[in-house]
Design a protein. Structure first.
Length: 367
């Protein structure tokens, strides 16, 4: 993997770059739609290509439970299995340690999970999760980490960081596939000294990229931005920085301003399936009665398939009739919107106009 910075904003830490993987070249900052189970919900790979999506996220934990990494490997790897020839990044399952409280038991050696699918018990070590990701065949994989809830005691966060660092080293020692890029994950909740300690120690291990995890778990935008302000300073300039699970447009802009290169989130598709569209002038909740006879598109400034072919009135009808097409069309629009936003962000950085672009974006959203 090679990461190259092409332009840096003079007023902020925002940067535009290029991430060269073994088989793919990805412009940054980049947004990665979430395909946890090997699919971005309601959308086909053909749909995603039409939105200019270059890379999607999958989850090794969920794919291990169903259908199982052995089946995926046997059938040619995740790209072939799901019919996607773009890049794939996989999460190691560390977030599930946090989100599936009550179904997990954590020790220094690993995590015991009870499957939410059929109740089967699994024991995942850093070595096991690295091997699962190797077998799945994602282009970028994550070290196994421990994510703590917010709020939590400082001592609890410190224990999790110690464990995350030990697990990161074990993942590095296990990872042998030179066609895959391994990222370390910075944890530490909202505690500055612990975050910095984690970042410093991960950098010493010389990962190919660095993720910032454990945010967007209830701490709010102010604290999240504060954490990013000091964490990014301890990460190398020549490696990509990935903010995990953050995806509202304003949060993306705030994070880009602080030097973040990569994002993933369920926001565009989850909102799409619930009838909420992101547009150049704010969100449109399609079930509102004001759209009953609206012949206009979701967004007059948008050139996506949905906006070029369907009215707000028709989309509202689809949701009221519980037609699956409605979920697909607004999800498709939202992904297109996010990818277009990232393109505009990259262009504004190259032109030295990122601050003006952000201010203009926020002004239009509040109109």
């Amino acid at each position: 993997m090679i990461f190259r910075t092409l332009a840096v904003d003079k007023q902020t830490k925002a940067r535009c770059g290029e991430l060269k993987l073994a088989q793919h070249c990805i412009p940054t900052p980049v947004f990665m739609p979430v395909g946890t189970q090997g699919t971005v919900k309601t959308l086909t790979p053909w749909h995603l290509k039409g939105t200019d999506t270059k890379i999607i996220l999958s989850n090794a934990y969920h794919l291990c439970l169903r259908p199982g990494e052995k089946i995926i490997k046997q059938l040619g790897g995740l790209h072939k299995f799901m019919g996607w020839d773009g890049a794939i990044i996989s999460d190691s399952g560390g977030y599930q340690v946090f989100s599936l409280t009550g179904l997990t038991k954590v020790s220094d050696n690993g995590v015991e999970f009870q499957s939410p699918v059929d109740g089967t018990r699994f024991f995942f070590t850093p070595e096991r999760m690295t091997q699962i990701q190797n077998d799945i065949g994602a282009d970028i994989i994550m070290a196994f980490d421990e994510c703590v809830p917010y709020p939590c005691e400082q001592d609890r966060a410190s224990v999790a960081v110690k464990r995350t660092l030990e697990w990161a080293e074990r993942c590095l020692n296990t990872h042998k596939n030179t066609q895959q890029t391994l990222f370390g994950i910075v944890q530490g909740s909202v505690f500055k000294e612990i975050r910095i300690e984690c970042a410093r120690n991960l950098v010493k291990m010389n990962f190919e990229g660095y993720s910032i995890g454990g945010l967007s778990v209830g701490e709010g935008s102010f604290l999240m931005n504060e954490v990013l302000d000091y964490t990014v300073d301890y990460l190398p300039d020549d490696k990509p920085r990935y903010l995990m699970g953050v995806g509202f447009p304003v949060d993306v802009l705030d994070a880009v301003e602080r030097g973040i290169d990569m994002f993933d989130c369920v926001v565009p598709t989850r909102n799409g399936r619930n009838g909420c569209a992101f547009t150049s002038t704010g969100r449109v909740k399609i079930l509102n009665s004001q759209y009953k006879e609206d012949a206009g598109p979701l967004d007059r400034a948008c050139s996506c398939y949905t906006c070029q072919n369907f009215s707000r009135a028709y989309l509202r009808h689809l949701f009221l009739a519980h037609e699956i097409l409605g979920l697909t069309l607004i999800s498709l629009h939202n992904i297109f919107y996010f990818q277009n936003l990232m393109r505009q962000i990259r262009e504004s950085i190259v032109k030295g106009e990122f601050k003006d672009f952000k201010a203009d974006f926020l002004l239009k959203q509040s109109e």
